[in-house]
Ligand binder design. Structure first.
Ligand SMILES: [Zn+2]
Length: 458
């Protein structure tokens, strides 16, 4: 068996690893490169393998940096099966179609600008037709811990990664050896998804390193901070905006708001979920309660519950979203995008950033160069829809909602896998190096930072 690192090697996004075992060619993830323009340019580079020659894609979960290049892979000739859990297949359906819409809109915008310069812009990376074609490949939906035989002697097993709904670590057994790919690993004791399951022993482990140099603050501290911000902003009659990622983070925020409300600790307010994508993913969550931990199942099997309680309103259409603007007082508005790079949150920022009584609560990572990051960093003025807007609203950040394991959790997970050899993927340089040192000092194993297109045999 051998593995070649085709993405997320020395960087976070673009997860893709090619496993060759007993004549089969298996891709672990096929993710989009995300970030600055030069990083995103890699999405258009030729694949370092022949898409027609790939027999299977095993998808760890439905985040775009793990699944977002599937439509291009199918358009360029992949005809095999995608293997995933049932929730991953369903979430991929809405996420990939949404991504195709965004790609198409951005390509149109670039084309308009290019025409004015007398130039031509490239077509979208893929369109909705390509995304729909790729969904036909999701032919194998498997539950956790059920082995799938790809051919005699080559088996794949998905283990619960505890990162988002349906997320998996992937075990490949072939030629008398075993390889374990962590996908993205979550944290133990979260309100919705189960804790990551104990990993099996593996001869070679590929482990994510997103927060390989961090220790998270506890979720309890973050919820307490969220409560304080809500009391301050709603108490003085302002609106509280929560820019949020549509998948998992939004559902966790709803869970915490519901819990505060049920305990009588949320000031009088209305809560709006203003994002068609987040509404669609929330509906999928509600269909998979058997993937929740025991507490989550208990909470959601009742009415009211975090996805349906008297304060909560879903804004699906553009008109419903615009109507929120007329409501000046005591609204909690959850909208995308999570880093304020687009989406409906921009309209709400335009109506609230300049108001001293309003507030913005960031519950997720804000990448360099994004509008969210400049607000978090204390910008006094920002540009919205070409217009300068002063920042007078309260700005707060809570860091405990992370869906990624921190350094102690990553090391502990690896300790349980008793790996023969470890390769670190999915991390920036500082995280990779810090995690490598921590593993080396705490576990007696060989540990390396994976490099792009490097091939390892086992
Ligand atoms: Zn992820």
């Amino acid at each position: 068996m051998r593995v070649t690192f085709c993405g997320a090697a020395g960087s976070v996004t673009g997860s893709c690893h090619l496993v060759e075992a007993d004549g089969l060619r298996i891709l672990l993830d096929c993710g989009l490169f995300q970030g600055q323009r030069d990083v995103e340019a890699r999405n258009r580079a030729p694949f370092p393998f022949e898409p027609r020659g790939i027999d299977f894609v095993v998808l760890s979960h439905a985040h775009l940096d793990h699944a977002g290049l599937l439509p291009r892979l199918v358009r360029e000739g992949f005809r095999g099966d995608v293997i995933s859990t049932p929730p991953t297949a369903e979430i991929a359906r809405v996420v990939l179609v949404d991504a195709a819409h965004i790609q198409t809109e951005e390509a149109r915008y670039r084309a308009r600008k290019a025409r004015r310069r007398g130039e031509e812009a490239p077509p979208p990376l893929y369109d909705v037709g390509d995304a729909l074609d790729s969904l036909d490949a999701f032919r194998r939906r498997v539950r956790y811990d059920e082995p799938v035989t790809l051919k005699r002697g080559v088996d794949v097993i998905l283990h619960d990664a505890g990162h988002i709904l349906g997320s998996a670590c992937v075990e490949v057994r072939a030629e008398g050896k075993s390889l374990l790919y962590s996908g993205d690993l979550g944290n133990a004791h979260r309100p919705l998804v189960k804790s990551p399951s104990a990993p099996p022993h593996a001869d070679l482990v590929l482990v994510e390193s997103t927060y390989g140099n961090r220790r998270h603050r506890s979720l309890e501290e973050s919820v307490a901070e969220m409560k304080t911000v809500a009391e301050t902003v709603l108490g003085r009659g302002g609106n509280l905006l929560i820019p949020s990622f549509a998948l998992e983070r939004t559902q966790e925020v709803l869970y915490e708001l519901f819990s505060l409300w049920r305990r009588g600790e949320l000031p009088e307010c209305r809560v709006f979920l203003d994002s068609p994508l987040a509404i669609a993913t929330t509906r999928i969550f509600a269909r998979y309660l058997d993937y929740f931990d025991a507490d989550g199942r208990e909470v959601f099997s009742r009415t009211p519950n975090p996805f349906s309680f008297p304060l909560l309103h879903y804004a699906q259409t553009t008109e419903e979203s615009k109507e929120i603007n007329a409501l000046r007082q005591r609204n909690v508005i959850i909208a995308g995008s999570g880093m304020c790079t687009g989406g409906r949150i921009l309209h709400h920022l335009r109506h609230n950033l300049w108001r001293e009584d309003s507030g913005i609560l960031f519950v997720g990572y804000q990448a360099d160069g994004t509008l969210g990051r400049s607000i978090v960093d204390g910008a006094r003025r920002v540009t919205l829809f070409g217009e300068e807007t002063v920042v007078r609203a309260m700005v707060a950040t809570v860091n405990g909602f992370s869906a990624h394991a921190d350094q102690p959790a990553l090391v502990e997970w690896l300790r349980q896998a008793t790996p023969g050899e470890v390769f670190l993927v999915h991390g920036e340089a500082a995280s990779l190096e810090s995690l490598r040192k921590a593993i080396q000092s705490e576990i007696a194993t060989q540990v390396h930072v994976a490099t792009w297109l490097e091939t390892v045999r086992l």
